[in-house]
Design a protein around this ligand. Structure first.
Ligand code: NAP
Ligand code: ZN
Length: 366
């Protein structure tokens, strides 16, 4: 009987996977795809030993099949920082020993209009870092694992001065808020930005906003995050979304809002906070559609937009920006065997502000 493409692959990897919608992660042995007809590391490939991997809410959505397209078993993780252990002959920009990052995408068609414009994140044939069919028929598996092989185009140089663990979340959380701020022109010093949802994406958005010189107000469902938002993360003010008096007093005061909320919520209060011509950009991906209230949009000439994580060129620009401004995430570093507890806490918005898995030290005893 012919072997499946997955079992023919020569690279034996180890990670933690979920095998059903319980989302519970457990140790998992699997084979990695490798390019060029199953050679270990193709001409254009970079192999990296994974050191750290951030825990994104998209990992949790995927584990629970919130979006309806999870294929099990799935090894999540797309905020990967590692060290290069092998390179192909055509690889010029990386060498063995380099510290590098891999984010949300590991392949795209390279020919479409999006790829030609360095917008691989909008390619109609993307291969995501996990839970994606790869071109050779296998499935990709993510960074909750010991190593990964990636085409050089999708590998990022990690800034020398940033911590490898606290820098890992930049590979998804960072670029996902940086990209819309740049694209939608939400960077003008002195303007007022609302950050809805103070989690992994939200707390990095505050840091970018302060680097751009914006005034920042956090809009949160968690009153207990106020002190830290202001004293530790540098926000200028804090609104509890369930406090009608304070929400009313803040109406019409914001130029832009970046909405990172992971669950279904009403846009009406957020749109009310915007000034005339204000922009609300949503990056959160709740499992059901949000209602779009037309009246406040029309009456205030407001705009609602969306944004995906950025392309590779912009991701490198964002990492270099972070290196220059010393921006990284505030993290809780965990070992892999703590991951199910971490997921439980993430589902309750109880993380300050990103879990990062100490992957290499979790697996070193194996
Ligand atoms: P996270 O760390 O869990 O943060 C989400 C925050 O949303 C929570 O901390 C909480 O903030 C708020 N929230 C959660 N449930 C809520 C509810 N029922 N009502 C009101 N607020 C609620 O998640 P994340 O990793 O930052 O990701 C956020 C979202 O962005 C997820 O849906 C994720 O899948 C998506 N995402 C999208 C992209 C993209 O490319 N567009 C990339 C990465 C992530 P408070 O406690 O302050 O209320
Ligand atoms: Zn993510």
């Amino acid at each position: 009987m012919a072997k499946s493409p997955q079992t023919q692959l020569p690279l034996k990897a180890f990670g933690w996977a979920a095998s059903d919608t319980s989302g519970i992660l457990a140790p998992f042995h699997f084979s990695r795809r490798s390019r060029d007809s199953c050679r270990e590391n193709g001409q254009n490939d970079v192999t990296l030993q994974i050191l750290y991997c951030g825990v994104c809410h998209s990992d949790l959505h995927t584990l629970k099949n919130d979006w309806g397209f999870t294929t099990y078993p799935v090894v999540p993780g797309h905020e990967i920082v590692g060290v290069v252990t092998k390179i192909g002959n055509n690889v010029k920009n990386f060498k063995v020993g380099d510290k590098v990052g891999v984010g949300v995408i590991v392949e795209s068609c390279k020919e479409c209009e999006c790829c030609q414009q360095d917008l691989e994140s909008y390619c109609p044939k993307p291969v995501f870092t996990y839970n994606s069919p790869y071109y050779d028929g296998t499935r990709t598996q993510g960074g909750y694992s010991n190593f990964v092989v990636v085409h050089q185009r999708y590998v990022l140089r990690f800034p020398e001065n940033l911590p490898l663990d606290a820098g890992a979340p930049l590979l998804c959380a960072g670029i996902t808020v940086y990209s819309p701020m740049k694209y939608y022109g939400m960077t003008e010093a002195g303007k007022h930005l609302g950050v809805a949802g103070l989690g992994g994406l939200g707390h990095v958005a505050i840091k970018f906003a302060k680097a751009f010189g914006l005034k920042v107000t956090v809009i949160s469902s968690s009153p207990n995050k106020e002190d830290e938002a202001i004293k530790r993360l540098g926000a200028d003010s804090f609104l509890v979304s369930s406090d009608p008096a304070k929400m009313k007093a803040a109406m019409g005061t914001m130029d832009y809002i970046i909405d990172t909320i992971s669950a279904v919520h009403s846009l009406i209060p957020l749109l009310g906070l915007l000034k005339l011509n204000g922009k609300l950009v949503t990056v959160g991906l709740p499992n059901k559609p949000l209602e779009l209230p037309i009246f406040p949009l029309v009456a205030g000439r407001k705009l609602v937009g969306g944004s995906n994580f950025g392309g590779i060129k912009e991701t490198q620009e964002m990492l270099d920006f972070c290196g220059k401004h010393n921006i990284s995430a505030d993290i809780e570093l965990i070992k892999m065997d703590h991951i199910n507890t971490a997921m439980e806490r993430l589902s309750k918005s109880d993380v300050k502000y990103r879990f990062v898995i100490d992957v290499a030290n979790s697996f070193s005893s194996l």
